[in-house]
Design a protein around this ligand. Structure first.
Ligand code: SF4
Ligand code: SF4
Length: 443
């Protein structure tokens, strides 16, 4: 078996054993759901309901007229109890529709099964758009925009790398829902005009490789590509390089290389949207950590507060622990457990003090060069962190700060515990603003 990869990156502990063998199960529905009107890249939705309205499961409750946006839907039946700013996992507040769920909760019922082969490409695209499907691996870019490309595309890449430690939601979906993933891939291939689909899966998921391979016996249009276990194997440009050998130049879109990359969950959600008319109202979330009494991969209704999820998983005492939404490398630490799960949240981790970085404990760069050796996009994170910490925006720009993919490898390796990626994240918006103002002056 040929195993593919990219040059650079890091071998980091997986911590997948807490949940990788646990079948996907359903999480209970909370008394209150909080549906943010912005869960995607692009324009925020306008509410389509008012306080006091009764809503049905799957009903569209917010949308925007802007092209780059995605509608939001009620995850279950209930009454709209408020429309107001509520905390979001990224630390800010977002205008949200709050739903008091019915005592006898009504779940979404799939419509009559539709045959995608009898639908036009435009109809397929419209189903995905109306369902509010966005990139569920973390990017949250609206899928109908992503797959609506004028550039010729030859390959669809299914991203089954799931290279972040702890996370196993994609792994379990590949094992348990391989048929739906392949059916979703066929729909997307038709839309984008791709003749080939590669499912890139890291070799630490042999059961997922076997599950997908068993469904594509004898086919030449879909192929499983085993990938080395290396971080950040699942980042778009690294996946494309590993699978196709094509280099993605800095700043280029993957479509320019003839590729579209789709996450496993997004592909399954696209299938459900087309075949059953199911909107994006739930997702699989990995809840994990060494001290979580009931870790697992749970189907969680969009809008479920993080606190509800933790309670249902038996987590009571959080003293000294860090709660992270997403993976430990790119996730976001939480200080408000009222924030809801949204479409792009892959995981919810509860990490003990010895597994997390303590912010007061960093020192000056000791110039060991480890961050430079491991940066997967060949930057100088040591210099970037110094420039970013000192607010030297022009110097940071010259050192290509905007090319940082925020993978966190530099911080992981730094013996001085420097929060390099946090410094970079803090300064990138300022550099971006500086660049926009400069181009305005020029034009
Ligand atoms: S500088 Fe950016 S891309 Fe490079 S290792 Fe650090 S976070 Fe990753
Ligand atoms: S890993 Fe840390 S100490 Fe070493 S060069 Fe990079 S920033 Fe400096």
């Amino acid at each position: 078996m040929e195993v593919k990869s990219f040059v650079g990156g890091a071998h980091i502990p997986h911590y997948k054993s807490f949940t990788e063998k646990l079948p996907i199960t359903k999480m209970s529905v909370p008394k209150e759901l909080i549906i943010p009107l912005l869960q995607h890249s692009g324009a925020i939705c306008e509410p389509l309901v008012s306080v006091g309205d009764k809503v049905a499961a799957g009903q569209k409750i917010g949308e925007s007229t802007e092209y780059i946006s995605a509608p939001v839907h009620a995850s279950v039946s209930g009454i709209v109890s408020a429309i107001e700013p509520r905390p979001c996992y990224d630390g800010g507040k977002v205008m949200s529709i709050v739903i008091e769920t019915d005592q006898q909760v009504q779940e979404f019922e799939c419509g009559e099964k539709r045959d995608p082969s009898k639908m036009s490409v435009e109809e397929l695209k419209e189903c995905i758009k109306e369902a509010g499907i966005v990139g569920m691996g973390g990017a949250a870019f609206p899928t109908h925009v992503n797959i609506n490309t004028a550039t010729p595309i030859d390959s669809l890449l299914l991203n089954g790398a799931e290279c972040e430690p702890f996370l196993t939601c994609d792994h379990r979906q590949m094992v348990e829902r391989a048929d739906d993933m392949i059916a979703g891939a066929e729909i997307i291939m038709r839309i984008i005009g791709a003749t080939k689909c590669y499912a890139g899966i890291e070799v630490n998921k042999p059961d997922a490789i076997e599950a997908v391979n068993s469904r594509i016996q004898g086919r030449t249009d879909i192929e499983v590509v085993p990938l080395a276990v290396k971080y950040p194997q699942g980042f778009k440009s690294h996946l494309i390089k590993a699978v196709t050998g094509r280099d993605v130049p800095r700043g280029a879109r993957s479509s320019a290389l003839g590729c579209i990359v789709r996450n496993v969950g997004t592909t399954i959600a696209s299938y459900e949207a087309v075949v059953y008319g199911k909107p994006s109202i739930e997702r699989v979330v990995t809840v994990s950590g060494p001290n979580v009494p009931k870790p697992g991969n749970y189907i969680v209704k969009i809008g479920t507060p993080i606190g509800h999820l933790l309670k249902e998983c038996g987590v009571e005492d959080l003293d000294g622990f860090k709660v992270i939404v997403g993976g430990p490398m790119t996730g976001v630490a939480q200080n408000n457990l009222d924030a809801p799960i949204v479409k792009s949240n892959t995981g919810l981790l509860v990490l003990p003090p010895d597994m997390v970085w303590q912010d007061e404990a960093y020192s000056d760069c000791v110039r060991c060069g480890k961050c430079v050796d491991h940066c997967p996009v060949y930057l100088y994170p040591n210099q970037l962190s110094i420039y970013a910490e000192s607010g030297m925006l022009v110097a940071a720009e010259k050192c290509d700060i905007m090319d940082c993919i925020e993978c966190g490898i530099c911080s992981f390796y730094c013996p001085a515990n420097r929060p390099i990626v946090h410094f970079i994240q803090r300064v990138k918006p300022q550099v971006n603003k500086m660049q926009r103002e400069r181009s305005k002056k020029i034009s």
